[in-house]
Design a protein around this ligand. Structure first.
Ligand code: NAP
Length: 321
């Protein structure tokens, strides 16, 4: 189940004066990773303040370290991120964005193991680390096993992105209980289970970020999606409640509410509905998964979002205004 081993990002040791790889040198990968950290992954402000130097500064720093080798070098590890439903669509884009930022990414999927392993390879090629984990996040035992995998592999969870979701559309009058239940089980109960499990880990260190992928439909409703709208509306209320419960424990909880995004989920809509939907989007097009992933990255990794919690950000081309 586990994907390729951790390639692509040699352990980088940080201290106040320099960056070293295991052999004491600065590899091309390290340099790439570090520049990514400088520019994108500024979750740890100390990284920025301690790492803003030129390459000559690095050499000087290394010389200092050699002379004071007895001093411990504090090692700051890249954030550990779990993304559910990351084999395709929006989840894949989020996993790749996190990988590009140098994170350690657990790529969860339900059935698409090959696609998930491909996502892992791409994350590693971008300088991150990745493992694939097959499991149904609507099941408590699978969620427990997913968390254990992240803990056994990387020792913690810093960011939980609850993205996995399905649709089982039907008008209310024809909706079967199984259609209702399937969507509620994954899209709402799955978020509850992963959030509860992640907050247990994050509470201990009083630090963590949870980002839930809701939907504009959860705010404004949609014909044929009573199950989906109810689940996503529930995700929004859950987001705000957990944000309040964990505000004193260093954990922020926010949601992103996409409008219509080009993915397998919307590919089944059909030409007529697609045309009708496009007419309701002020920006006149479907969004791209990367456009959702960028906002998730901001909420998960950027310290500029540290003062935000319980918020719902629409990424909808203006559809919900
Ligand atoms: P997608 O392309 O259909 O991908 C769904 C992902 O969820 C896949 O990786 C799938 O894994 C995974 N998944 C399905 N059942 C699962 C389960 N039981 N446990 C774990 N993973 C499971 O969907 P998407 O369009 O990227 O949507 C991602 C999220 O954004 C969903 O929560 C969706 O509701 C939300 N959203 C999407 C849109 C949109 O327009 N696309 C708009 C608003 C909100 P497998 O590949 O293994 O099946």
């Amino acid at each position: 189940m586990a994907c390729a081993s951790f390639a692509g990002s040699a352990t980088v040791a940080f201290n106040s004066t320099g960056i070293l790889n295991k052999s004491g040198g600065l590899t091309a990968v390290d340099r790439k990773l570090c520049s990514l950290h400088f520019n994108r992954t500024s979750e740890y402000s100390q990284w920025q303040s301690k790492l803003s130097f030129s390459s000559s500064g690095v050499k000087a720093g290394m010389a200092t370290i050699e002379h004071t080798s007895v001093e411990a070098t504090p090692k700051v590890e890249p954030p550990v991120v779990i993304v559910t439903g990351a084999s395709r669509g929006i989840g894949k884009a989020i996993a790749l964005t996190m990988g590009k930022a140098g994170c350690k990414v657990l790529v969860n999927y339900a059935r698409s193991s090959k696609e998930a392993e491909e996502v892992c390879k791409q994350v590693e090629a971008m300088g991150g680390q990745a493992i694939a984990f097959g499991g149904d996040v609507s099941k408590e035992e699978d969620v427990a096993s997913m968390m254990k995998t992240a803990l056994d592999t990387w020792g913690t969870v810093d960011v939980m992105v609850n993205n996995a979701g399905i649709t089982r559309d039907s008008l209310l009058m024809r909706m079967k209980l199984s259609q209702w239940q399937d969507v509620i089980n994954l899209n709402l109960t799955g978020v509850f289970l992963c959030t509860q499990a992640a907050t247990k880990i994050m509470s201990k260190k009083k630090k963590g970020k949870i980002v839930n992928i809701a939907s504009l439909v959860g705010v404004i409703g949609n014909i044929g999606q009573a199950n989906y709208a109810a689940a996503k509306g529930g995700v929004i209320s859950l987001t705000k409640t957990v944000a309040k419960e964990y505000s004193t424990r260093g954990i922020t909880v926010n949601a992103v509410a996409p409008g219509f995004i080009a993915s397998d989920m919307t590919a089944v809509l059909g030409e007529e509905i697609e045309k009708r939907v496009l007419g309701t989007i002020p920006l006149g097009r479907f969004g791209k998964p990367e456009e959702v992933a960028g906002v998730v990255e901001f909420l998960a990794l950027n310290p500029a979002s540290n003062y935000m919690t319980g918020q719902v950000i629409n990424v909808d081309g203006g559809m919900g205004m």
